[in-house]
Ligand binder design. Structure first.
Ligand code: GNR
Ligand code: NI
Length: 187
């Protein structure tokens, strides 16, 4: 277990890092696997459904995700969230194709606490990445999987979901995040 601090946009130093473009890794070695283990610990602790390495301050093109959709485990096993865990690992991910059809989903981000808004993105994307074993995987994502992988890949390029919104909404989100940070400080 190595839960790390998640960078948030209310902090100017954190924001400067979150705006940077992450670098590809050379390959999937033990150091990258340890990073992914720490990222999953951090993500489950938050809790969230995805996390990019930059969110814990590592400017590497590495993502973890868990949509709680483990195959063969009934969705009715409501109490046993751990039984439905399905951790996914993405190293040096690329988008090979995006659908013209779009999909709108209410997004949130662990780096922008307590602000949620609708973002429109391609409904389906074809992606290529290296998994935990370092194998090259090519597959098509749709639904929440497509939303999440695009949200996370934006992070690798220094883009936040609020960057897809109007300036007014972006400023509202930043103000909300600062307010939440102040309240957490006081608590
Ligand atoms: O936990 C998260 N939930 C979420 C909901 C809708 C769309 C995207 C996400 S990802 C987010 C975690 C996060 O900030 N990942 O970068
Ligand atoms: Ni995010």
């Amino acid at each position: 277990m190595a839960v790390q601090r998640i960078l948030t946009i209310d902090n100017a130093a954190d924001l400067a890092i979150l705006k940077q473009v992450s670098k590809p890794v050379e390959g999937v070695d033990d150091a990258v696997r340890t990073l992914m283990d720490d990222m999953l610990d951090t993500m489950y602790d938050a809790p969230g459904i995805g996390l990019a390495a930059v969110q814990i301050g590592e400017l590497k093109r590495v993502i973890v995700m868990d949509l709680g959709d483990k195959p063969g485990v009934e969705e009715t096993e409501e109490e046993d969230a751990e039984a439905r865990r399905n951790p996914r690992h993405f190293v040096n991910p690329e988008i090979l194709w995006s659908s013209d059809e779009m999909f709108t989903y209410e997004e949130g981000c662990l780096s922008i606490p307590e602000y949620f808004d609708k973002v429109e993105r391609p409904a389906r994307v074809r992606i290529r990445y290296l998994n935990y074993q370092g194998e090259t995987i090519e597959e098509e994502a749709e639904g929440l999987y497509a939303v999440c992988i695009q949200h996370e890949m934006d992070h690798l390029n220094g883009v936040l979901f609020i960057d897809h919104l109007s300036r007014l909404k972006r400023e509202r989100a930043a103000a909300k995040c600062k307010k939440v940070a102040r309240e957490r400080m006081a608590a």
